[in-house]
Design a protein around this ligand. Structure first.
Ligand code: FAD
Length: 438
């Protein structure tokens, strides 16, 4: 390999959702792009592994349809194989599984409480900017202004958990209301039949087809900085340390880890303090289970009004039978611990999730448990609590962050990652046009 082979227009650190969305956009615009990923597989916290023929996701399970995610696939010419369950989600209220498709919030709230109309008015008011509450008010406190009904609080708590991976006490009402009145609002989504890793494989194909490179099992040890700019990286690959040169760097490892790669000495104190304060990862607990008997009679997601911790159960195999060996059903149950940010009692939280699953899913005890995962700290469901994200820019002019530590206001998950990539690549195209020299 000659030294020119290791000179790239853009280096992307990490092949998670944010990194791959950014690399796909960059290669599509003609930037010679290298993606370096330390794991042996694509997708980071939205990947999938095989357990005895079951395609078990390690993080993201639902992928938004018709929004920025799908648009990115279409723009870069990648196949978008996501199947939508119909209806996407049912809500278990008073022992019945209710489809609110079409009727929306009005219908949902009317099933829960006679105070539904007041809450609906509150939601309506939030559609105008003046009607949004202050950043300090939590979602739980906002709901309390209208009702004490436990089922209503349960639904809001589980929605905060499902979309933002925090409890309703931890999420600003302003974020919740912005998401549900102005954003995708958890309405159109589906599963990838290969498991979530399937969509990243397809994006990776689009990247390499246009001359981009993806190095798996390779770790960026340091980003090299000279005269206030990133000039390259030291990469450990096949047991060797090699140097690559780049004009532009995009990091998908989260702002705190990016600081470590750059070295604190290259960054101003106020930025370091901002990153330290913003480093507030959330937590989730998931149990993947399977059964030959049908345990969950919904086509996609089931959310709950009245659980201790369980936010949702998803049934994959109605829409994607390929995800399990023939004759088997594959499910996941997910909870958000209390608190979702900071230390919690792991064993007690797992027990609460199990108790909920036993109560809500008759036959759960006969199911085969495929895996348990407590995702937190440096492998969190969201690297920053929505509403407390850092900017995607850094004090270094040719270094950006993408991913769920730098989300736009009131967005979450892989959708937010797609959005950060779009915004970052737009800035790159403006400041460092393809072919121009920095
Ligand atoms: C249990 C759970 C359920 C979730 N459910 C959903 C859902 O249903 N829908 C949804 O949209 N989102 C969901 N999410 C959130 C979603 O998974 C994340 O928001 C998203 O995957 C984050 O992607 P990212 O690119 O920001 O980071 P990551 O996925 O963390 O990617 C960063 C990558 O960088 C690599 N890396 C780190 N350091 C280095 C280095 N020095 N050199 C090279 N590589 C490095 C890592 O290995 C990793 O692959 C869920 C998350 C969890 C954990």
């Amino acid at each position: 390999m000659t030294s020119t082979d290791r000179t790239f227009d853009a280096l992307v650190v990490g092949a998670g959702a944010g990194g791959l969305f950014a690399a796909a956009r960059l290669t599509n615009l003609g930037y010679r792009t290298l993606v370096v990923e330390r794991l042996e597989h694509l997708g980071g916290r939205a990947s999938t592994r095989d357990i005895d023929g079951f395609k078990v996701n390690n993080g993201a399970i639902v992928i938004e349809v018709d929004g920025i995610t799908q648009q990115t696939f279409e723009e870069v010419g990648a196949k978008f194989d996501v199947r939508r369950p119909k209806p996407p989600i049912l809500y278990r209220i008073g022992g019945k599984d209710i489809d609110v498709t079409g009727g929306g919030w009005g219908f949902l709230l009317s099933k829960l409480t006679r105070q539904g109309a007041k809450l609906l008015n509150g939601l309506g008011a939030a559609r105008s900017d003046d009607g949004l509450p202050d950043h300090e008010l939590s979602t739980a406190d906002w709901v309390r202004k209208f009702t004490k009904n436990e089922n209503v609080h349960g639904i809001f708590r589980n929605m905060c958990g499902s979309v933002f991976a925090v409890g309703s006490e931890e999420l600003p009402a302003r974020v919740f209301l912005t998401y549900f009145t102005r954003k995708s609002a958890f309405k159109k989504f589906g599963f990838c039949p290969e498991g979530t890793i399937g969509i990243w494989r397809s994006l990776a194909e689009a990247i390499t087809a246009k001359g981009g490179e993806i190095w798996l099992s390779s770790e960026v040890k340091a980003l090299t900085v000279a005269e206030g700019k990133v000039t390259g990286a030291v990469v450990e690959r096949d047991g060797e340390q090699i140097e690559v040169a780049t004009r532009i760097a995009v990091s998908d490892v989260g702002p705190a880890a990016t600081v470590q790669l750059v070295g604190q000495e290259h960054l101003p104190g106020d930025y370091l303090e901002q990153v330290r304060r913003g480093d507030r990862p959330c937590a989730m607990i998931t149990v993947n289970f399977a059964s030959q008997e049908r345990l969950v009679d919904v086509p996609g997601m089931l959310s709950f009004a009245n659980t201790r911790r369980l936010c949702y159960v998803a049934n994959f195999t109605d829409t994607c039978p390929e995800m399990a060996p023939e004759g088997w059903n594959l499910y996941v149950g997910t909870s958000v611990p209390k608190p979702a940010v900071g230390a919690f009692d792991e064993e007690a939280e797992k027990e609460l999730l199990l108790t909920d699953l036993r109560e809500q899913i008759p036959g759960f005890d006969r199911a085969r448990i495929l895996s348990w995962a407590v995702t937190k700290d440096d492998w969190p469901p969201q690297r920053a609590v929505a509403g407390f994200d850092l900017p995607n820019t850094t004090p270094i002019a040719n270094l950006w962050n993408v991913g769920d530590g730098v989300k736009e206001y009131a967005n979450g998950g892989t959708t937010a990652c797609a959005e950060t990539a779009k915004l970052v690549v737009e800035q790159i195209a403006e400041r460092f046009p393809v072919g121009a020299h920095a």
